[in-house]
Design a protein around this ligand. Sequence first.
Ligand code: AMP
Ligand code: ZN
Length: 115
Amino acid sequence: MSDCLFCRIVRGEIPATKVYEDELVLAFKDIRPVAPVHLLVIPKRHIESLVTATSDDAEVLGRMFSVIGKIAAEQGATDGFRTIVNSGRVGGQEVYHLHAHVIGGGAQLPAMIKY
Ligand code: AMP
Ligand code: ZN
């Protein structure tokens, strides 16, 4: 996915404020933060969405979710955070490279989505 925005960040072609990296996962600050801590945690390998992810992606998905707590605390979300994975059209996904938002570091977040 040569023209994918987040693949380009992984390759260093677009700048990002990286806060964590290992061989499978990259985390960086969201460019339009909605809270004092707003990070995006992504697989380095292009996976479009949770809509299309399969059991072949289990290792990297496991890595993403197992490092989030440590990264969040290091970045200042020391008293909990919210993790959101917008998936597909109904989920409001804008960038079609799977990413987990990690949001916190400030006041109590509002309640879950209400219709
Ligand atoms: P989503 O709606 O879940 O697909 O969220 C995409 C997120 O990517 C939004 O919160 C954007 O602010 C963020 N974003 C878009 N471009 C960049 C970028 N170049 N660097 C960091 N975050 C970005
Ligand atoms: Zn990509």
